[in-house]
Design a protein around this ligand. Structure first.
Ligand SMILES: [Zn+2]
Ligand SMILES: [Zn+2]
Length: 267
Protein backbone atom coordinates (compact mmCIF):
# COMPACT_ATOMS: atom_id res chain seq x y z
CA UNK A 1 0.00 0.00 0.00
CA UNK A 2 1.20 3.51 -0.75
CA UNK A 3 1.68 6.01 2.02
CA UNK A 4 0.86 9.49 0.76
CA UNK A 5 0.69 11.84 -2.20
CA UNK A 6 2.89 14.87 -1.49
CA UNK A 7 2.34 16.96 -4.62
CA UNK A 8 -1.29 17.96 -5.29
CA UNK A 9 -2.82 20.95 -7.04
CA UNK A 10 -6.41 22.11 -6.63
CA UNK A 11 -8.46 25.07 -7.85
CA UNK A 12 -6.27 27.29 -5.63
CA UNK A 13 -3.65 26.88 -8.38
CA UNK A 14 -4.09 29.04 -11.50
CA UNK A 15 -3.68 25.97 -13.72
CA UNK A 16 -6.18 23.66 -11.99
CA UNK A 17 -9.95 23.56 -11.60
CA UNK A 18 -9.93 20.49 -9.34
CA UNK A 19 -12.13 20.73 -6.27
CA UNK A 20 -10.11 19.99 -3.14
CA UNK A 21 -12.58 17.41 -1.71
CA UNK A 22 -12.51 15.46 -5.00
CA UNK A 23 -8.73 15.18 -4.77
CA UNK A 24 -8.95 14.06 -1.14
CA UNK A 25 -11.65 11.48 -1.89
CA UNK A 26 -9.52 9.98 -4.63
CA UNK A 27 -6.63 9.66 -2.16
CA UNK A 28 -8.93 7.94 0.34
CA UNK A 29 -10.13 5.57 -2.39
CA UNK A 30 -6.49 4.63 -3.02
CA UNK A 31 -5.96 3.95 0.69
CA UNK A 32 -3.43 6.74 1.24
CA UNK A 33 -2.76 7.77 4.85
CA UNK A 34 -1.88 11.39 4.07
CA UNK A 35 -2.46 13.92 1.32
CA UNK A 36 -0.31 17.03 1.10
CA UNK A 37 -2.05 19.82 -0.80
CA UNK A 38 0.69 21.87 -2.51
CA UNK A 39 -0.91 24.64 -4.54
CA UNK A 40 1.22 27.03 -6.56
CA UNK A 41 2.75 30.23 -5.26
CA UNK A 42 4.94 31.77 -7.95
CA UNK A 43 5.93 35.28 -6.91
CA UNK A 44 6.79 37.32 -10.00
CA UNK A 45 5.34 34.90 -12.51
CA UNK A 46 5.71 36.45 -16.00
CA UNK A 47 2.09 36.22 -17.14
CA UNK A 48 -0.91 38.37 -16.42
CA UNK A 49 -3.46 35.67 -17.33
CA UNK A 50 -2.08 33.16 -14.88
CA UNK A 51 -0.88 34.82 -11.71
CA UNK A 52 -0.01 31.69 -9.72
CA UNK A 53 -0.43 33.57 -6.47
CA UNK A 54 -1.96 32.02 -3.41
CA UNK A 55 -4.20 33.76 -0.91
CA UNK A 56 -3.06 32.01 2.26
CA UNK A 57 -6.08 32.90 4.32
CA UNK A 58 -8.62 31.45 1.86
CA UNK A 59 -6.36 28.50 1.15
CA UNK A 60 -5.75 27.56 4.78
CA UNK A 61 -9.47 27.96 5.56
CA UNK A 62 -10.25 25.38 2.87
CA UNK A 63 -7.50 22.94 3.86
CA UNK A 64 -8.42 23.21 7.55
CA UNK A 65 -12.10 22.62 6.81
CA UNK A 66 -11.34 19.40 4.89
CA UNK A 67 -8.76 18.37 7.49
CA UNK A 68 -11.63 18.27 10.00
CA UNK A 69 -14.23 16.77 7.67
CA UNK A 70 -11.97 13.89 6.60
CA UNK A 71 -10.01 13.44 9.84
CA UNK A 72 -11.15 9.84 10.43
CA UNK A 73 -10.18 8.76 6.93
CA UNK A 74 -7.00 10.60 5.94
CA UNK A 75 -4.62 13.29 7.19
CA UNK A 76 -5.10 16.39 5.03
CA UNK A 77 -2.00 18.57 5.22
CA UNK A 78 -1.14 22.07 4.07
CA UNK A 79 1.81 22.57 1.77
CA UNK A 80 2.81 24.86 -1.06
CA UNK A 81 4.83 24.61 -4.25
CA UNK A 82 6.95 27.78 -4.22
CA UNK A 83 8.36 28.93 -7.51
CA UNK A 84 11.97 29.88 -6.74
CA UNK A 85 13.78 32.73 -8.48
CA UNK A 86 16.99 34.40 -7.39
CA UNK A 87 15.45 37.84 -6.81
CA UNK A 88 12.58 36.66 -4.55
CA UNK A 89 14.52 35.00 -1.74
CA UNK A 90 13.19 37.37 0.90
CA UNK A 91 9.59 37.24 -0.36
CA UNK A 92 9.62 33.46 -0.53
CA UNK A 93 11.01 33.27 2.97
CA UNK A 94 8.43 35.70 4.35
CA UNK A 95 5.55 33.86 2.69
CA UNK A 96 6.59 30.47 4.02
CA UNK A 97 7.59 31.68 7.48
CA UNK A 98 4.70 33.98 8.31
CA UNK A 99 2.15 31.48 7.04
CA UNK A 100 2.18 28.08 8.75
CA UNK A 101 2.85 25.22 6.33
CA UNK A 102 3.53 21.53 6.89
CA UNK A 103 5.69 21.26 3.80
CA UNK A 104 7.27 23.38 1.05
CA UNK A 105 8.30 22.20 -2.41
CA UNK A 106 10.74 24.59 -4.09
CA UNK A 107 10.65 24.50 -7.89
CA UNK A 108 12.28 26.25 -10.81
CA UNK A 109 9.46 27.29 -13.15
CA UNK A 110 10.78 30.66 -14.35
CA UNK A 111 14.27 31.57 -15.58
CA UNK A 112 15.27 35.14 -16.46
CA UNK A 113 11.64 36.18 -16.83
CA UNK A 114 10.62 33.23 -18.98
CA UNK A 115 8.40 30.33 -17.96
CA UNK A 116 10.34 27.20 -18.95
CA UNK A 117 7.16 25.77 -20.51
CA UNK A 118 7.34 28.74 -22.94
CA UNK A 119 9.13 27.69 -26.14
CA UNK A 120 10.96 31.05 -26.13
CA UNK A 121 13.12 29.73 -23.29
CA UNK A 122 14.71 27.26 -25.74
CA UNK A 123 14.97 29.64 -28.71
CA UNK A 124 18.48 30.02 -30.11
CA UNK A 125 19.93 27.53 -27.64
CA UNK A 126 21.32 24.08 -28.24
CA UNK A 127 19.92 21.35 -26.04
CA UNK A 128 23.09 21.30 -23.98
CA UNK A 129 22.93 25.07 -23.46
CA UNK A 130 19.26 25.11 -22.47
CA UNK A 131 19.46 22.16 -20.08
CA UNK A 132 22.69 23.49 -18.54
CA UNK A 133 21.11 26.91 -18.04
CA UNK A 134 18.20 25.23 -16.29
CA UNK A 135 20.44 23.22 -13.96
CA UNK A 136 22.60 26.28 -13.22
CA UNK A 137 19.45 28.07 -12.18
CA UNK A 138 18.38 25.17 -9.96
CA UNK A 139 21.83 25.20 -8.34
CA UNK A 140 21.62 28.92 -7.68
CA UNK A 141 18.11 28.65 -6.20
CA UNK A 142 19.00 25.61 -4.12
CA UNK A 143 21.86 27.62 -2.59
CA UNK A 144 20.14 30.99 -2.20
CA UNK A 145 16.81 29.83 -0.81
CA UNK A 146 16.22 28.03 2.43
CA UNK A 147 12.41 28.03 2.48
CA UNK A 148 11.92 24.64 0.86
CA UNK A 149 11.91 21.06 2.18
CA UNK A 150 12.29 19.26 -1.15
CA UNK A 151 13.28 20.40 -4.62
CA UNK A 152 10.49 19.92 -7.17
CA UNK A 153 10.77 17.70 -10.30
CA UNK A 154 14.54 18.30 -10.50
CA UNK A 155 15.21 17.09 -14.07
CA UNK A 156 11.89 17.94 -15.75
CA UNK A 157 13.24 20.50 -18.24
CA UNK A 158 13.05 18.10 -21.21
CA UNK A 159 9.28 17.93 -20.67
CA UNK A 160 9.03 21.25 -22.52
CA UNK A 161 11.84 21.19 -25.09
CA UNK A 162 11.34 20.46 -28.80
CA UNK A 163 14.72 19.15 -29.90
CA UNK A 164 14.92 16.24 -32.29
CA UNK A 165 16.26 14.26 -29.36
CA UNK A 166 14.82 15.60 -26.10
CA UNK A 167 16.46 13.03 -23.87
CA UNK A 168 18.12 14.13 -20.66
CA UNK A 169 20.50 11.66 -19.05
CA UNK A 170 22.25 12.11 -15.71
CA UNK A 171 25.66 11.22 -17.17
CA UNK A 172 25.57 14.19 -19.57
CA UNK A 173 25.03 16.71 -16.74
CA UNK A 174 26.56 14.80 -13.83
CA UNK A 175 28.93 17.59 -12.71
CA UNK A 176 26.25 20.20 -12.20
CA UNK A 177 23.64 17.71 -10.95
CA UNK A 178 26.14 16.44 -8.36
CA UNK A 179 26.73 20.01 -7.24
CA UNK A 180 22.98 20.51 -6.80
CA UNK A 181 22.59 17.23 -4.90
CA UNK A 182 25.49 18.13 -2.59
CA UNK A 183 23.84 21.44 -1.76
CA UNK A 184 20.56 19.67 -0.99
CA UNK A 185 22.31 17.10 1.22
CA UNK A 186 24.34 19.71 3.09
CA UNK A 187 21.21 21.77 3.78
CA UNK A 188 19.14 18.76 4.87
CA UNK A 189 16.79 19.13 1.90
CA UNK A 190 15.13 16.38 -0.07
CA UNK A 191 13.79 15.43 -3.49
CA UNK A 192 10.24 15.55 -4.78
CA UNK A 193 9.85 12.23 -6.61
CA UNK A 194 7.39 13.44 -9.20
CA UNK A 195 5.42 10.86 -11.15
CA UNK A 196 4.04 13.32 -13.72
CA UNK A 197 6.95 12.39 -16.01
CA UNK A 198 4.91 9.32 -16.90
CA UNK A 199 1.93 11.45 -17.86
CA UNK A 200 4.17 13.65 -20.01
CA UNK A 201 5.43 10.58 -21.89
CA UNK A 202 8.95 10.66 -20.40
CA UNK A 203 8.48 7.11 -19.12
CA UNK A 204 10.02 7.83 -15.73
CA UNK A 205 9.85 9.89 -12.60
CA UNK A 206 11.42 13.35 -12.24
CA UNK A 207 14.10 13.05 -11.14
CA UNK A 208 15.15 9.81 -12.81
CA UNK A 209 16.61 6.72 -11.10
CA UNK A 210 20.29 7.63 -11.70
CA UNK A 211 19.86 11.00 -9.99
CA UNK A 212 17.95 9.56 -7.04
CA UNK A 213 20.60 6.86 -6.65
CA UNK A 214 23.35 9.49 -6.69
CA UNK A 215 21.47 11.56 -4.10
CA UNK A 216 21.44 8.52 -1.84
CA UNK A 217 25.17 7.88 -2.43
CA UNK A 218 25.95 11.47 -1.48
CA UNK A 219 24.08 11.06 1.80
CA UNK A 220 20.58 12.22 0.83
CA UNK A 221 17.83 10.88 3.04
CA UNK A 222 14.65 12.82 2.41
CA UNK A 223 12.34 11.87 -0.45
CA UNK A 224 8.61 12.42 -0.91
CA UNK A 225 6.48 10.92 -3.66
CA UNK A 226 3.99 13.15 -5.44
CA UNK A 227 1.80 12.87 -8.51
CA UNK A 228 1.68 16.61 -9.28
CA UNK A 229 -1.99 15.90 -10.02
CA UNK A 230 -4.09 18.80 -11.28
CA UNK A 231 -7.20 16.59 -11.50
CA UNK A 232 -8.60 13.76 -9.35
CA UNK A 233 -7.84 10.89 -11.74
CA UNK A 234 -4.10 11.63 -11.51
CA UNK A 235 -3.86 11.44 -7.70
CA UNK A 236 -1.48 8.62 -6.77
CA UNK A 237 -0.82 7.79 -10.43
CA UNK A 238 2.30 5.72 -11.18
CA UNK A 239 3.16 5.28 -7.50
CA UNK A 240 4.04 1.59 -7.99
CA UNK A 241 6.72 2.69 -10.46
CA UNK A 242 7.99 5.43 -8.13
CA UNK A 243 8.17 3.15 -5.06
CA UNK A 244 10.00 0.48 -7.08
CA UNK A 245 12.43 3.11 -8.38
CA UNK A 246 13.11 4.39 -4.85
CA UNK A 247 13.82 0.87 -3.60
CA UNK A 248 16.16 0.30 -6.53
CA UNK A 249 17.95 3.54 -5.64
CA UNK A 250 18.47 2.20 -2.10
CA UNK A 251 15.75 4.06 -0.22
CA UNK A 252 13.85 2.30 2.55
CA UNK A 253 11.94 5.30 3.84
CA UNK A 254 9.88 8.18 2.57
CA UNK A 255 9.35 11.34 4.60
CA UNK A 256 6.23 12.61 6.28
CA UNK A 257 6.06 16.30 7.17
CA UNK A 258 4.39 18.33 9.90
CA UNK A 259 5.28 21.96 10.40
CA UNK A 260 8.15 21.51 7.92
CA UNK A 261 9.78 18.80 10.07
CA UNK A 262 10.36 15.35 8.60
CA UNK A 263 9.74 11.96 10.14
CA UNK A 264 10.53 8.75 8.31
CA UNK A 265 7.96 6.21 7.18
CA UNK A 266 8.91 2.78 5.88
CA UNK A 267 8.36 2.33 2.14
ZN1 LIG B 1 6.13 22.48 -10.61
ZN1 LIG C 1 3.28 21.01 -9.18
Amino acid sequence: MFFADYHIHTSFSSDSTAEMPKMIEKAIELGLKEIMITDHMDIGFPSHDMLFTLNYSDYSDAVNLYKVLYKDRIDVLIGVEMGLQKHIVRDARMFTEFNPFDFVIGSTHVINGLDVSDSRFFEGKTKKEAYTEYFENVLENAKLHDCYNVYGHLDYINRYSHYEDNSLEYKDYSDIIDEILKVLVSKGKGLDINTSGYRYGLGRTNPQLDIVKRFKELGGEIVTVGSDAHKPEDVGAYFAEAYAMLKEAGFKYTASFRNKKATMVKL
